[in-house]
Design a protein around this ligand. Structure first.
Ligand SMILES: Cc1ncc(COP(=O)(O)O)c(C=O)c1O
Length: 444
């Protein structure tokens, strides 16, 4: 069958997620930091799949782990009292990596299922303790938690919520700690503003109606918003004081992306539960989960009617076997250190190359999770207007480097095996495209 025919069939029969009009790009093969399209053109994948292929594409060790597990036990439910060795082993490992008393994991398949599950689990915890009014979830504007209906309701982007009918209630949004966007805070210090707002919302809503605050320690889709250092310690303390649980959504930031196993403890956030996904299996199998405190898990487990919540693929043995091997790779080959080292290098190079551009407002990052925020005017910080993905498409088409653009941000999240030379390639591609983009978003 010809590629032309394939593309026609793709248009005729496939509905793409997060799609936009335009020709499709058929990726035929991947290895390490590279993709090859059906015509044999090589691309540097500076987005690591979709921020998930941390150990690199098509790792032989992960393929072998999946093959061996498929042969032995391809599937068994986790329902009732069924269990399987890979899930138990992985849960034990995660308990050693997660902070404090976070020792018990509920496994699912996607990040959205994991955030949904976290919400149900924390509400269930309060309910079982007789705190039956605690249901509201505090979330941040510009936070992203997935595409299922509750995750959409918890996602702080109006354009992602519109046109899907009524969304579940019980979510209350707070201003994100986006220090670059000073207009969000009037003349106030961003952290002081956010703290004041949080305390005000708690007072208005009533602490005894709030189940949890769920947020990304570093907001990826929002544009890799790295909160000021004082933000998370202060927010965590206020939540703890009011009996509000803290849920860190580490679907992107977990498992080494920011240079630590989990970003939350590194950045001063004190979570009672961490939602993870993506990098836990480096994209080789869909796997995600919620690692929670013993206190939450034991309360839920002790309920006389057990836990009425689950999915067919909870604790999939193949996904868990792949994830355990992936964690070994991240550990044994120093990929957390590489994320810190090459991430800091790339951030410095991007700042040096792009800092003087009239359309670059800010360059920021944390490990190998970086963003370039584009503006039409550096003074007013008005976001650069351009057709969705247009700049990412140019970077890919003209320089064979894959990134994504969200709003006015270009996001970079390559596999954690990235070398400094590859970091230079990414920076060069961005520089070329940005230097030929005018403040009105058109190409010069
Ligand atoms: C922070 C965060 N949470 C949750 C999700 C949802 O994950 P998934 O797309 O696997 O459902 C994402 C996806 O990008 C994410 O970035």
């Amino acid at each position: 069958m010809s590629m032309e025919e394939m593309h026609r069939w793709d248009q005729a029969h496939v509905v793409h997620p997060w799609s936009y009009a335009g020709p499709s790009l058929m990726i035929a093969r991947a290895k390490g930091t590279r993709y090859w399209d059906a015509d044999g053109r090589e691309y540097l994948d500076a987005l690591g799949g979709i921020q998930n292929c941390s150990a690199g594409h098509s790792r032989p060790e992960l393929i072998e782990a999946a093959r061996a597990q498929m042969e032995k036990l391809e599937y068994v439910p986790m329902h009732w009292n069924f269990t399987n060795e890979p899930a138990v082993e992985l849960a034990r490992t995660i308990a050693t990596l997660a902070p404090g008393e976070l020792n018990q994991t509920y496994f699912v398949s996607s990040g959205s299922e994991a955030t949904e599950s976290a919400v149900k689990l924390v509400r269930r915890y309060h309910y079982l303790r007789g705190d039956t009014k605690r249901a509201t979830i505090l979330c941040l504007k510009q936070g992203y938690h997935g595409a299922t209906i509750l995750a959409t309701a918890a996602t702080g982007f109006d354009n992602l919520q519109q046109g899907f009918g009524p969304l579940p209630g019980g979510i209350k949004f707070l201003t994100p700690p986006h220090a670059y966007r000073t207009e969000l805070f009037g003349n106030e210090d961003p952290v002081e503003f956010c703290i004041r707002q949080l305390e005000q919302v708690i007072a208005e809503e009533g602490a005894d109606t709030i189940a949890a605050l769920m947020a990304e320690p570093v907001l990826t889709v929002g544009g890799v918003i790295v909160p000021p250092a004082e933000y998370w310690p202060a927010v965590s303390e206020i939540c703890r004081r009011h009996g509000i649980l803290v849920v860190a959504d580490e679907v992107v930031t977990g498992f080494g992306r920011t240079g630590a196993w989990f970003a939350s403890p590194a950045i001063g956030m004190a979570p009672d539960a961490i939602v993870f996904g993506k990098g836990v299996s480096s994209g080789h199998f869909p796997l995600s989960g919620v690692v929670m405190s013993d206190e939450i898990a034991q309360t839920i487990k002790a309920a006389p009617d057990g836990l009425m919540h689950g999915f067919t693929y909870c604790g999939h043995p193949v996904g868990c076997a792949v994830a355990s091997r992936n964690i070994e790779i991240l550990q044994d080959t120093g990929l957390l250190e590489n994320s810190r080292d090459v991430g800091a290098y790339l951030l410095a190079v991007l700042k040096e190359k792009l800092g003087n551009s009239p359309i670059v407002g800010d360059v920021r990052g944390c490990g190998l999770l970086l963003a370039v925020e584009l503006v039409s005017d550096k003074e007013t910080r008005a976001p650069l207007q351009f057709k969705r993905q247009a700049l990412a498409d140019r970077i890919r088409n003209e320089h064979a480097v894959v990134v994504r653009s969200i709003g006015a941000n270009i996001i970079i999240a390559p596999p954690l095996i990235l070398s400094r030379a590859e970091a230079d390639t990414i920076a060069h591609a961005l520089e070329q495209v940005i230097s030929t983009t005018k403040p009105d978003g058109t190409q010069s």
